[in-house]
Design a binder for this molecule. Structure first.
Ligand SMILES: NC(=O)C1=CN([C@@H]2O[C@H](COP(=O)(O)OP(=O)(O)OC[C@H]3O[C@@H](n4cnc5c(N)ncnc54)[C@H](OP(=O)(O)O)[C@@H]3O)[C@@H](O)[C@H]2O)C=CC1
Ligand SMILES: CCCCCCCCCCCCCCCC(=O)[C@@H](N)CO
Length: 335
């Protein structure tokens, strides 16, 4: 009897795995980077610089793009010193379509395009002026669209041969909204819509999209951000811990090379990705299997996180009210 139950259970799960393997689209793919052209934006600092180092030491031909030429030259020198590889640098602002187009035309066909540039000014929506909101959306979203539009024709035209990839750097704040990230989260969530639609448009050209979701990562950008980040944002963003730029670069490159659509960088990140899987493509039948059986539990854990976060927000609000005598009197008057 026990043997029969065992066989039924094993048979059911094996059948499910085979079914998922058939269902999961697009199918798994491997994207080699050795000897191929990897073009990284924001490659002069933080995560982009770490990506450039690692791509160069994996034997790729690397190009990096950013605005500041002297920072680019510095990065080039550091990468040459560490790896012996000479990267090509392009100075351009991703907000400027013409500048992007001429950099990408000069670079030649790209095998792996990593749109990693990004800006973040954490502030409550009422404290951020429209200039800053538009700047964030322009660099993070419109800039990424400029890059892809400029690179895609040549990537598509290179028919046959090895698969190509477009990596897009989102953030865990592109999977869940976080206090203080109204503009930033809007920009990072936008990249998901872009990535999901684009994957359908380019799959027939053997081009594969990876969307990367890092937690707080030690970079010059984060140091700058932390000078003015609201305390509540610090606490909420801190829920996912922190990583070094090298670790994020390693996860991102591994995810790109495995052709994963969603690339998470730490354990909570994997949980976050399962709980926000939605209708995004899933190439791995094993991951689909895990999602199928754990999404309910992840939703429960997610609700616990929200409970904790709303508690933090309420506590800070109360402290603020207590600190300000005027508000205190006002509250009493209205009670
Ligand atoms: N650090 C973190 O905690 C996290 C970061 N991320 C994301 O990772 C990416 C990289 O972040 P991080 O390494 O911290 O960033 P940094 O601030 O350290 O570096 C940003 C890079 O982008 C370039 N850049 C900025 N604006 C433009 C522009 N308009 N045109 C071209 N290049 C530009 C910068 O060069 P220059 O100024 O010379 O143009 C620089 O090379 C971003 O998309 C960010 O949102 C996601 C999650 C966490
Ligand atoms: C099952 C549920 C699990 C839930 C886990 C939730 C943890 C979410 C934390 C979100 C952190 C956002 C950090 C953004 C970092 C960033 O992009 C800035 N540093 C700007 O660069």
């Amino acid at each position: 009897m026990a043997l029969i139950i065992y066989l039924i259970v094993v048979g059911f799960f094996s059948f499910l795995l085979v079914l998922l393997r058939f269902l999961c689209c697009p199918h798994p793919v491997k994207i080699p980077i050795k000897g191929r052209h990897v073009f990284i934006t924001g490659g002069s600092s933080g995560i982009g610089l770490a990506l450039a180092h690692q791509a160069a030491s994996s034997g790729a031909r690397v190009s990096i793009l950013a605005r500041n030429l002297s920072k680019l030259q510095e990065a080039k020198k550091a990468i040459r010193k560490a790896t012996g590889v000479d990267v090509t640098v392009y100075s351009a602002d991703v907000r400027d379509m013409e500048a992007v187009r001429s950099a990408i035309d000069a670079a030649g066909t790209i095998d792996v395009l990593i749109c990693n540039q990004g800006v973040f000014t954490p502030k409550e929506l009422l404290n951020v002026d429209m200039e800053e909101v538009k700047f964030t959306l322009d660099v993070n979203v419109v800039g990424t669209i400029h890059l892809i539009k400029a690179a895609l024709p040549k990537m598509k035209a290179a028919v046959g041969g090895l698969p190509r990839s477009i990596g897009i750097m989102s953030s865990q704040a592109g999977q869940v909204g976080i206090y203080g990230y109204t503009a930033y989260s809007a920009s990072k969530f936008a990249l998901r819509g872009l990535a999901e639609s684009l994957q359908q448009e380019v799959i027939s050209d053997n081009i594969h999209i990876s969307l990367i979701f890092p937690p707080d990562t030690e970079t010059p950008g984060l140091i700058e951000e932390q000078k003015s980040r609201p305390e509540i944002t610090n606490i909420l963003a801190g829920s996912s811990g922190g990583l070094k730029a090298e670790d994020v670069a390693e996860k991102a490159l591994a995810g790109i090379q495995s052709g994963n659509f969603i690339v998470s960088c730490n354990f909570l990140g994997h949980m976050l990705s399962v709980s926000t899987a939605g209708l995004s493509p899933q190439r791995s039948c094993i991951m689909a299997f895990i999602e199928l059986f754990s999404i309910g539990l992840m939703r429960f854990i997610g609700l616990c996180f929200q409970w904790n976060w709303y508690g933090v927000i309420a506590k800070y609000r109360k402290e603020q009210v207590n600190k300000s005598p005027v508000t205190k009197v006002d509250t009493k008057k209205h009670a």
